[in-house]
Design a protein around this ligand. Structure first.
Ligand SMILES: NC(=O)c1ccc[n+]([C@@H]2O[C@H](COP(=O)([O-])OP(=O)(O)OC[C@H]3O[C@@H](n4cnc5c(N)ncnc54)[C@H](OP(=O)(O)O)[C@@H]3O)[C@@H](O)[C@H]2O)c1
Length: 238
């Protein structure tokens, strides 16, 4: 059984890739950073170094692969600012990485799953795709697009026994904000168990995969207990 995981060099994707490897999958880990890919190779994973916004590179990285599981996980957080202050290049880049590459990857892999009559595609969406956050309009839009696509694709593929699951993640302690916030700000954001750990998401992915193939988990929401709602902390007296 083969699994492709994008964004496998860090955070959620790395945890999912390692969990799938531990479950017995032959894992092909996609990412960009050579040192992180080398670490995964040393752990027995296959790797592909590719910028997912580069469609030609993506197509050649996929040559010869026929995965049973695809985890469309890679993503980036554009600069946090009011929409009017983002430039066109920043907007295009976020859409290309967070959504365009997801369409391209799925278009390349899903037909094989459909003809084989088995497969499972996961999408790492976000609470930001289901609720608004200030200064994140483009990120929210890309994640809403991922969610809409996943749910509609599920209807296309269900008759062919290919399952689709949207992972609706709240705050997870990863490198997502590493280029946007100081180390201190990130430490504060993740303090006091206020974030889910990547391994928690990975445990959900392996649990969903372990269900009988007749059971299709359309989406799961995974948030820190303190966060509890998509947009913020639950009041203690609620
Ligand atoms: N952390 C959260 O709170 C949270 C919440 C909801 C949803 N998510 C989503 O979870 C997913 C994983 O993010 P994470 O939180 O685990 O963050 P992360 O630690 O920053 O990991 C992001 C991964 O995506 C890869 N990536 C980014 N841009 C890429 C590109 N152009 N081409 C190829 N790979 C690229 C990175 O690869 P390299 O490092 O090798 O470049 C890295 O492996 C993302 O889709 C994110 O939107 C995260």
């Amino acid at each position: 059984m083969q699994a492709i995981v994008t964004g496998a060099t860090s955070g959620i994707g790395r945890a999912v890739a390692l969990a799938l490897k531990a479950t017995g999958y032959e894992v092909v880990a996609f990412g960009r950073r050579p040192e992180a890919l080398a670490e995964l190779q040393a752990l027995g994973l296959q790797t592909r170094a590719v910028d997912l916004a580069d469609r030609a590179a993506l197509a050649s990285a996929l040559a010869g692969l026929e995965p049973d599981v695809l985890v469309n996980n890679a993503g980036m957080m554009p600069r946090m600012a009011p929409f009017c202050d983002l430039d066109g290049e920043e907007i295009d880049r976020a859409v290309a990485v967070n959504f365009g590459s997801v369409l391209a990857m799925t278009r390349a892999v899903a037909p094989g799953m459909r003809s084989r009559g088995r497969g499972h595609i996961f999408f790492t969406g976000s609470t930001a795709g289901h609720a608004p956050f200030a200064n994140l309009a483009v990120y929210c839009a890309t994640k809403a697009a991922v969610g809409g696509f996943a749910q509609a694709l599920r209807l296309d593929l269900a008759p062919h026994a290919v399952r689709v699951t949207e992972i609706v993640a709240g705050r997870v302690e990863t490198g997502l904000y590493k280029d946007l916030l100081s180390d201190e700000a990130r430490a504060a954001m993740y303090a006091n168990a206020s974030a889910v750990q990547p391994e928690d998401v990975a445990a959900m992915v392996t649990a969903v995969l372990a269900l009988p193939t007749a059971v299709d988990v359309a989406r799961f929401d995974i948030l820190p207990t303190h966060q509890a709602t998509a947009t913020g902390a639950q009041k203690k007296d609620n």
